[in-house]
Unconditional design. Structure first.
Length: 264
């Protein structure tokens, strides 16, 4: 796929990987729709993207609020002739034990990571099909491939995204709907800082592994190269990606290593 002259809707575009992907794609002759909760930060990203010569539109919404998602979708689909790509990066992580985490925190993580992503997808999908197809990308995580301590609901929500989008892909192959799952490892963003603790508050700390991770800018370049090729799974990260293969080929080693992770 050539990004030139495509209309691309990016969620989670105010920070982290979503922001970096927006800036990367703005170097093509694209039309970008940038979404997230923080209008001020989105406008800053839009200003930088605009300097690269691409067309920009900012539409704010909250992934935890279905009415907000519906209103944003109605606004975009009511005025756009076509959405070629919907790339979703919005989400929230977790840093707490299963035994310490009340169910309402688990539900919040699922509302943002799974139901919010699904709600926007369901709003856009019929529009894409009507217009001859499109490319969907959702952001999972390496812990969407295996469980990991202190990430129970986060990991589960990412596993759920794989099941949903793989089913969607199978159902809509004849409708020219292509699906990519973006699977980051440790990327240096504020995802650990903004993660929820056992009380549903911000964790407020940068994980040591996150601090040493791949930069958001480098990850965005890798992601965009693979989005352009419409890869079904897009792994991006460093040595941490080895855990995916350890889990697949040496499960006994995965079980040993995962049980030895120290509390935060």
């Amino acid at each position: 796929m050539d990004f030139t002259d495509k209309t691309i809707w990016i969620t989670g575009a105010s920070s982290g990987i979503g922001r970096a992907v927006a800036l990367e794609l703005s170097q093509f002759n694209t039309r970008l729709i940038l979404s997230g909760r923080n209008a001020e930060e989105l406008n800053k990203v839009a200003e930088k993207c605009n300097k690269n010569g691409c067309s920009i539109r900012v539409v704010t919404f909250d992934l935890q609020d279905e009415k907000s998602i519906t209103a944003a979708a109605d606004k975009v689909l009511g005025s756009e002739r076509q959405i070629d790509c919907l790339y979703q990066f919005g989400g929230i992580s977790q840093r707490s034990f299963v035994t310490d985490t009340p169910l309402h925190v688990d539900r919040k993580i699922f509302e943002v990571n799974f139901f919010g992503t699904v709600a926007l997808t369901k709003a856009v999908l019929p529009f894409m099909i009507k217009n001859g197809g499109g490319h969907l990308a959702a952001t999972s995580s390496i812990v969407g491939k295996f469980g990991f301590p202190y990430r129970s609901a986060y990991s589960a929500s990412k596993h759920a995204l794989h099941g949903f989008f793989e089913s969607l892909r199978a159902e809509n192959a004849s409708n020219n709907i292509r699906v990519s799952m973006i699977i980051p490892g440790r990327i240096k963003t504020n995802i650990s800082v903004n993660a929820l603790d056992k009380n549903g508050n911000k964790h407020g700390k940068m994980d040591e592994g996150q601090e040493k991770g791949m930069s958001a800018e480098a990850s965005a370049k890798a992601i965009c190269r693979k989005l352009e090729k419409e890869k079904k799974e897009i792994l991006v990260g460093g040595k941490d990606l080895l855990m995916i293969y350890i889990r697949r080929f040496f499960p006994f080693l995965y079980y040993h290593l995962s049980s030895k992770v120290k509390p935060l």
